[in-house]
Design a protein around this ligand. Sequence first.
Ligand SMILES: Cc1ncc(COP(=O)(O)O)c(C=O)c1O
Length: 442
Amino acid sequence: MDKVIANLINEDIQHFWHPCAQMKDYETLKPVVVTGASESYIHLHDGSKIIDGISSWWCKSLGHNHPRLKAALKQQIDKFEHVMLAHTTNETIVNLSAKLAQLMPALNKVFYASDGANAVEIAIKMSLHAHKLHGNNHRKHFLALSNSYHGETLGALSVSDLGIYREAYQELLFNSNFITPIPYVSGTHDPLWNNCETQWQQVEAMLTPFKDSAAAIVIEPILQGAGGMKIYSQDFLRRLRTWTQQHGIHLIADEIMTGFGRSGKMLACEHANIQPDFLCLGKGLTSGWLPMSAMLTSDKIYDLFYDDYERGKSFLHSHTFAGNALAASVALETLAIMDDENICQKATTLGELLHKAMLEVAEKTNRLTNVRSIGAMAAADLINDDPTRRLGFEVYQQAMQLGALVRPIGNTLYWLPPLTMDLATLEELQKITTNAIMAVNF
Ligand SMILES: Cc1ncc(COP(=O)(O)O)c(C=O)c1O
C-alpha cells in the first residue's frame, strides 16, 4: 500500500469514530479509501472498484453520480444554497412539496427534516400533540411492530425493538409495546401475503387493551430492514390500518427505507392499498445525495394546529436545515427521473432477477436458508452452527476483498442495490457473493 494511503488510514483511525461500528474491528478490517463513485460502483484509491450491493445504507436508489441529479444540484448552487425557511419560500421547495403531496391523496402537508430518525420523531410528536388538541389527553401510548427499527434518536429508538441498538439507553426511552406475532412471508406468492386471519386474531387480542390509550402505531410497511430484511403480509398491514381507523388511533408509516420504489411500488403502503395518517420519508428522497427527510400528513391533522398564535396550538418544531434548497433540488429531480424512467417497474424486474440469483447462490453454496424477496431486495440467512461466530462479518470481509460491498445484518445476507443496476453488474454481484461465502470456512 502506498505511503500516502497508509497515512490516511492511520489518521482515520486516530480521529474518526465511524458510524455503527465497534472501532476495534477496524484493526482487522481497515476502511477502504474512496476516490469516486458512479452508477452501481464505488471507486477506490488503487483504481479498483467495488459494487455497492446495498446502495450505501439503502439510499442510493438511482445509483451514484446520476448526471441529471448532478445538473439539478449545480443549477441550484448557482442560485443559492441555503436560506432558512421560516417566513421565506422558494420555487424549489414549493415544487417539491407539491410533488410529494401527490404521492398519497390523503397526505397533503409536508414537514421537512434532515435525517430519517428526525422524520419519525416529528410524526411521534405530532401524533401525541394532535390527540391533545383534539381533547384526547389519554391517548399517549405508542405501539410498534416487534423486530422494528426506526432510527437512533431517543424517540425513534423508543419505538424500535432491536436490543443491540436500544439496550444501553433503556433509561432514556419511553415505554412502547411491540406487536406480535408478525405474519412473515417469503414473498408475494406466499399464502399468508393475502390472508393472515389466524395470526390477526392473536394480534387483535394483544392490541385490544390499548384501544383507548394508544396514540399511534408505528410501522415499517411490508419490509423490516434493520430487523433482518423480513417481509410481512400485506393483509396484516391492511387489517392493522382498519383497526387503527376503527379506534381513532394514528398509523405512522415509516417508509424511510421502503419508499421511492424499493418494494416495487412507489410506496410500500400501496401493496395493502392503505394510507397512513403520517408518512416518513428519507434516504431515497434525494437518491442518497444529501440529507433530507420529510413527514407527510393530512389536512385533518394540520387543521387541528391551525389557529390564532395566542391559542398555543402551533407545532414549534424545527431543524436548521429543514427543506435545504440543495437537497430539495435533488429530491425534485429524483421524483422526475422516477417518473421518466419508470423506476418502480425497473425495481420489480430487477427484483425478479435478484430473487433468482439469490436462490442460485443458496443452491451453490448450501449455506443459505430462508431466501426471500420483495421489489429490489433479496435476502437469505447464513446457516450458522456456531453462535459465537460472526459469520456475516466474515462474509462481508471476503466480499470486500473480492469487489462487492455487501454488509450483512448479523447473519442475514442481502442485496439492496441501486434500482438502476444492470444485468452484468448483478451477475458480478452474484458471483462475488457466492465466492465470498465459499471462502468462509463454515
Ligand atoms: C425504516 C427506517 N427508519 C428510520 C431510519 C433512520 O434513518 P436515518 O439513518 O436517516 O436517521 C432507517 C435507517 O436505516 C430506517 O431503515
